[in-house]
Design a protein around this ligand. Structure first.
Ligand SMILES: [Mg+2]
Length: 145
């Protein structure tokens, strides 16, 4: 799968334009996803020198991306669609916030195997949003093959 990953607030704590402390298991999980042959794209607001600092930071931890702010390394962003064609976006601005990296790994692995993830919320008539009740062991049940 093609996975686009944000940097500030996702791989490291949000201290833009500085680089924050590492978020636990972010680098390790991304390395594992890379080893599983997913294609990782760094997808960040950083450009120029600040982008290079993020790339260098990740490289110093042994994490290398296929492309940076692009679908592929040689892509001319002026001619490209504004949105990447990634399968999954990982971003601290996701609805619901940043999911624990270990859970992300399990969900991505399950999705690759063909699992579907049921929505976690229901919207009732009148617009009330209710979190769906989940059975005990709900996450574990997603990953049974
Ligand atoms: Mg962010």
């Amino acid at each position: 799968m093609v996975i686009a990953v944000d940097f500030d607030g996702t791989i490291v704590e949000h201290r833009y334009p500085r680089i924050g402390k590492p978020i636990p298991f972010a680098i390790e999980t991304l390395q594992k996803l890379h080893a599983d042959r997913h294609l990782l794209i760094l997808w960040t607001v950083r450009e120029g020198e600040l982008l290079q600092e993020a790339i260098d930071y990740c490289a110093s931890k042994g994490l290398h991306f296929y492309a940076h702010n692009a679908n592929f390394p040689e892509e001319n962003r002026l001619d490209a669609p504004r949105k990447l064609t990634a399968d999954i976006f990982i971003d601290d601005r996701n609805l619901g916030g940043l999911v624990d990296w270990e859970v992300m790994y399990q969900v991505i692995t399950a999705l690759r195997k063909g699992s579907t993830i049921a929505p976690m919320y229901n919207v009732e008539e009148g617009g009330n949003v209710q979190r769906r009740k989940q059975k005990k062991g709900f996450l574990a049940s997603l990953f049974k093959s």
